[in-house]
Design a protein. Sequence first.
Length: 262
Amino acid sequence: MSSSAKPLIRVTVWGEYRHEKKNPKVAKLYPQGMHQTIADALAKLGGGDFAVRTATLDEPEHGLSDAVLDSTDVLTWWGHMAHGDVSDAVVAKVRRRVLEGMGLIVLHSGHYSKIFKALMGDTCSLTWREATDKERLWVTCPSHPIARGLPPYIELPAEEMYGEPFGIPTPDELIFISWFTGGEVFRSGATWRRGNGNIFYFRPGHETYPTYHNPLVQQVIANGVRWAHSGLRIKDQAPNMKPLEPLPPDPEAAERPTEGHK
């Protein structure tokens, strides 16, 4: 690679990959899994800028070994029926990587995942209904990079309803608000910064609907990957800082503990 070449954004698409194995309707919509549909779309929309791989729940370490996380710039996360099966140790590793600068895109029912709750510090609960609702996602911030190239709204003919109140901290930025046929509204596209990492939550994507085949939904996720990529990795540390200027004598120095912060 020449020095002027744009660096690749290394994306790991994580999927629970349980519904596709148990529900024939989901398997028909996503024969290789929702994670693979998302990964294929990102590879196509990345324009050569994305290096995409997948990881799933039932792989060793859920496919998220130290080596994988060390070489991931942006992680997308979809989970639903097996949030409790996700290892706390893996959640802690993912959280640490986000704080160091890895981007995180949480999709649909991932709102109730351990990792999203850990980073939000809130309930992340909501109201819901799986029926015949139509969803319109209105773009509330058309100048935001995540909304680049989108029309004023995205209309999905059928989707699971999520409604307020949504138990999240006030977003740093609100990109989408959804309206449903039943009358509910929902903050369906929001961003936060945690440590050095960028986080984007995007609502659509119930497993029994073909949502991840929708080109505009795919475009939002691809835009989200570009936005969430910080290019940073700043490990947490608490060093003992030496003064830049000489300090006056400290009469209590001999009595002060010398052990460092943990």
